[in-house]
Design a binder for this molecule. Sequence first.
Ligand code: PEP
Ligand code: MN
Length: 264
Amino acid sequence: LASRDFHPENTVISIGDVKIGGGELVVMGGPCAVETPEQIDEIARLVKAAGGQVLRGGAFKPRTGPYSFQGVGVEGLIMMAEAGKKHGLLTITEVMTPEYVDVCAEYADILQIGTRNMQNFDLLRKLGSCGRPVLLKRGFSATYDELLNAAEYILAGGNPDVMLCERGIRTFETYTRNTLDLSAIPVLQQLSHLPVISDPSHGTGRRELVEPMAKASVAAGADGLIIEMHTDPDNSMTGDGVQSLFPDQFAGLLQDLEKLAPIV
Ligand code: PEP
Ligand code: MN
């Protein structure tokens, strides 16, 4: 079902008046984690003002250590839904376990599957009937074939609206947090009809590299970008402040991107 061989036309995912995979660039922006109502409201305002279409934010955070901040949970879903509605943005949030799929689908427009859960097959099966588009992140050590097989679980479960996301893979290089595999963008588009989204934030882990790698992703043909932005990155509640753009950087990037590709 994921293969281009049996489905030559691109899949276009329509949510409200946003079309993903239809030739126009979709930009998802926001904090790593939803923190407070004020924080997500202000960031939503800035994402909208910059020309983004989707507000990102994690209410459930997959942290490497068990003592790190784990997200504000369902309260965060509610805060983000309100901010999205107020500012006219769609919302995307990560769901980590099958039990939380229904509540995440109730509050968010798009469900994100994180890199650590790409092969959580029970979760993938549950997404087949969640009624929401899914952004499936590539596992940080997964091959293209493994990513496409993970997408296949969701598609086979009856959900045709799957986006593939390149978010960087683990290599021997330690200067960057991950190595953003730009080749994934054209390769996945050749192998599959599903939209391909690039995440230069987790793909590099360094703020100063987000802009060039976002532009490179668009030049390579990405259908969309998911980018971390925070009003106070140095005091963000996850360690991802170091890769979060400041609002003016985010706005400047979107202006530059307009020259490379039309934004919906
Ligand atoms: C995130 O988007 O904040 C995130 C945790 O991403 P990943 O699953 O790619 O690490
Ligand atoms: Mn993050």
